[in-house]
Design a protein around this ligand. Structure first.
Ligand SMILES: Nc1ncnc2c1ncn2[C@@H]1O[C@H](COP(=O)(O)OP(=O)(O)OP(=O)(O)O)[C@@H](O)[C@H]1O
Ligand SMILES: [Mg+2]
Length: 310
């Protein structure tokens, strides 16, 4: 029997105003007050759960909607940097952790409108060793982010799949965490461990940390994918984003072409889903009115998408 295709949950009724594009700053104007930027860690300690895909494409969709976005690539694999085609050489972020460089000096622009990036560094692999003997290492990143000029609306941190110093630093530095879940695994291994880690970070470092949303990724019409998505909704209730990210080979292709899917396949499902997610995130963060997400009428119809032409 042909598996039933998943449907995107309905968008809420009511029109929304477009987000105003960033206004150029007068040179003489004082800096905006610090702390107005919303920092989100995209984290799941399990590997291959679409963290990087979500960071890159959500950032591009938020940027397209008028937000000024800064991506921080904290994964020594540098996948987010590669996905934007931004080179990452030298000590870079390691210098920041060692107090030898300011974060702002590492900012690079990307091809995605509104999106800047702080690239990864392969030297981050040796971070814990290089900070041996230092105190309060988990809050170095928080302090470095505090010192950034308030030039962005949203900062998205791509985390490696571990419970090491890098993701703990991100969780200590952020007000919110987005948890992407790959819906092709059952049971939801690691979710309980993930929640325990978040509790420990709250208790020791960051009492205000909250899950802004759990994101079901690689959703298709299979029973397994449906079951996992249902289990997520049972476990996390409204914490699960209404938007799901459907299975799309275009997302992987876009990364290998070093661009977000909003530029690589702007009319496809991947772009539509991450635009819908950006709209939902704008609502949840209550930071700006979203642009109207462009979900196709028939979510799996692939009409107008390059995917339909394969
Ligand atoms: N919606 C999707 N449909 C199909 N494939 C996807 C989708 N989202 C992500 N992928 C693919 O799944 C794989 C894992 O994605 P990604 O690299 O984003 O995971 P990750 O959590 O960042 O991995 P890691 O833990 O290694 O950092 C990649 O090959 C990516 O192209
Ligand atoms: Mg990754």
């Amino acid at each position: 029997m042909k598996p039933k295709e998943p449907k995107q949950p309905k968008e809420p009724k009511g029109s929304v105003d477009p987000v105003k594009p960033a206004q150029p700053k007068e040179p003489a104007q004082p800096e905006e007050p610090k702390g107005s930027m919303r920092r989100l860690a995209v984290w799941n300690q399990k590997g291959g759960t679409c963290k990087t895909t979500t960071v890159v494409n959500l950032a591009a969709a938020l940027g397209e909607g008028g937000a000024r976005v800064l991506v921080v690539d904290l994964d020594p694999q540098g996948d987010a940097s590669d996905s934007f085609g931004v080179p990452w050489e030298g000590k870079g972020l390691l210098d920041v952790f060692q107090g030898e460089r300011e974060l702002a000096s590492l900012v690079q622009s990307t091809s995605a409108p509104g999106v800047d990036l702080i690239p990864s560094s392969q030297f981050l692999v040796g971070l814990e060793r290089s900070l041996a003997g230092e105190v309060a290492t988990e809050t170095i990143l928080r302090r470095a982010l505090d010192a950034l000029p308030a030039r962005w609306d949203v900062v998205l941190l791509d985390c490696p799949p571990s419970v090491s110093l890098l993701p703990i630093s991100a969780l200590a530095a952020c007000s919110e965490v987005v948890v992407p879940v790959f819906t092709q695994f059952l049971p939801l291994k690691g979710v309980a461990a993930l929640l325990r880690t978040l509790d420990k970070v709250r208790a020791a470092l960051n009492p205000g940390l909250r899950i802004v949303g759990v994101l079901a990724c690689v959703v298709d019409g299979t029973r397994l994918s449906r079951e996992v998505t249902e289990k997520l909704r049972t476990r996390f209730a409204s914490e699960v984003f209404r938007t799901v990210v459907r299975k799309s080979t275009r997302l992987a292709e876009a990364a290998s072409h070093k661009m977000p899917v909003t530029l690589y396949d702007p009319e496809g499902n991947g772009a539509a889903d991450y635009r819908a997610l950006a709209g939902e995130l704008f609502e949840r963060l209550d930071i700006a009115k979203p642009t109207k997400p462009k979900q196709p009428k028939d979510p799996l119809g692939y009409k107008g998408s390059k995917e339909s032409k394969r």
